[in-house]
Design a protein around this ligand. Structure first.
Ligand code: LLP
Length: 421
């Protein structure tokens, strides 16, 4: 459930009409609902009630500090994957002891930065990383808390580009090698083994792949304990999917997921961490755009929007579906037109939807992309020298711009010319 509903014929974000934001901010823009963010965080938090747990928002999904602060104020931790995300989480006031550092390619300087600043744990993904972190920790006179991410070789049954738990993927160490790598880690004086980490992919729409992975994790916990390791924390990753269409999708709810976690892992007495991104932010955000032209092609109508693939890359990159709805509610029974919905960028991949049914549109009409709160603004670029679009946060009847649209000068002045030109 989200808080983007029609009221008096106009699409609202909570108590604010989208049209009012568009008038003040201009299009295109992203808009997020505070109530939806809070609701989704609490669903997870409550689903794990009774277990010692921490919900770490995977901030790669949506990293604006206003979003991080909204969640951080509720007690959320953050899952970060770069030095930039680490600093951003800290800037948003997230306490160091709630920041988990993930990622397959952490650099020496990122390790240095997080050890100096303080971190809950590093999730280690390879042997060379283990040794480098040990070296950096020793050089600072610190001990780095770690889990090792294991790759359970489980099919997450999701889009190939976002599946991470099969042996062919670059992530984690093969679970068959875990005992050996934990034994190595235990010898390294700069490291403190606190637990095990697993993450098998994103946009999972069934619980079964999680169950398969978590059973292997439970088994491994027992084995490693019997080897003498003090396994006290399990990081279960993120990945629970969301419905992208209103009609037929019904992925499991956080309550189902929480019950499954308790059933599969509760008896181990470990602290549980989860790293949801999409489920917290996805349906908490819209991308709002306006129609530049309605263009007739040979055999189809094109709806050319002012948003493009550089603003929301998911359809071009993963053939992802986003529902696209008019901002003015159509009267019941209004006839629909069929459009290819595209942006202005100079490549055919800049297509949001083909053969999409939508009430007839005219120049200047506003449309909203649903489920755009996760992996939307964070994946945008300035391709075609198109400025990054603003982000707006709504809270009840208030809204605020949480990232302003840069001017063309801001963009152009970032270039510098060499002496010889
Ligand atoms: N933890 C780790 C280690 C991850 O790699 C990810 C996502 C998450 C947690 C959060 O997963 P979530 O709960 O959001 O599914 N750009 C793609 C999704 C990439 C996901 C990458 N890793 C998309 O737009 O679909």
């Amino acid at each position: 459930m989200d808080h983007f509903l029609y009221r008096d014929g106009l699409l609202h974000a909570e108590d604010v009409a989208i049209q009012d934001i568009a008038e003040q901010v201009g299009t295109p823009f992203y808009v997020y609902s505070t109530a939806t963010l809070i609701r989704h965080f609490k669903l997870f938090d409550e689903a794990l009630d009774g277990l010692d747990h921490l919900v770490c928002f995977a901030m790669k999904a949506a990293s604006n500090q206003a979003i991080l602060k909204t969640l951080g104020n509720l007690g959320a931790g953050m899952d970060v994957v770069s030095g930039g995300e680490y600093l951003r989480a800290r800037a948003a006031g997230v306490p160091r002891e709630r920041i988990v550092f993930s990622g397959v390619g952490k650099t020496r300087s990122e390790m240095h930065q997080a050890l100096q600043g303080g971190v809950r744990q590093f999730n280690i993904e390879s042997e060379p990383e283990l040794h480098l972190l040990n070296e950096v920790a020793l050089s600072l006179g610190r001990t780095a808390p770690i889990t090792i991410r294991v790759n359970p070789d489980v099919d997450a049954k999701t889009h190939a580009k976002i599946a991470t738990g099969k042996s062919e993927n670059k992530f984690g160490i093969p679970i068959s090698r875990a005992r050996d790598v934990y034994a190595q880690a235990a010898q390294l004086k700069g490291l403190d083994i606190v637990g095990i980490d697993v993450h098998i992919g994103s946009q999972l729409t069934e619980l079964e792949p999680f169950v398969a992975a978590y059973r292997k994790l439970a088994e491994l916990t027992k084995t490693l304990r019997s080897d003498g390791h003090n396994i006290r924390r399990l990081d279960l990753g993120g990945g629970l999917g969301i419905p992208y269409t209103r009609s037929n999708e019904a992925p499991p709810l956080p309550t189902d997921y929480g019950a499954m976690v308790k059933r599969e892992l509760g008896h181990l007495g470990c602290e549980i961490e989860i790293e949801p991104g999409r489920l917290i932010a996805g349906n908490a955000g819209l991308l709002v755009s306006s129609v530049i032209y309605v263009k007739s092609g040979e055999d189809r109508e094109f709806l050319i929007l002012d948003a493009a693939m550089n603003d929301l890359v998911r359809p071009a990159m993963y053939d992802a579906h986003h529902d696209i709805v008019p901002v003015i509610e159509p009267a019941a029974g209004t006839e629909q037109a069929v459009y290819d919905i595209v942006g202005p960028v100079c490549e055919s991949g800049d297509t949001f939807a083909k053969g999409r049914h939508l009430v007839a549109q005219q120049q200047g009409d506003l449309v909203a992309f649903r489920s755009a709160g996760a992996y939307g603004a964070v994946m945008s670029s300035e391709y075609n020298t198109r400025p990054l679009i603003p982000e707006v946060l709504v809270n009840g009847d208030q809204f605020a711009v949480i990232r302003a649209r840069p001017s063309y000068d801001d963009i152009i002045n970032r270039d510098s010319l060499p002496d010889w030109l």
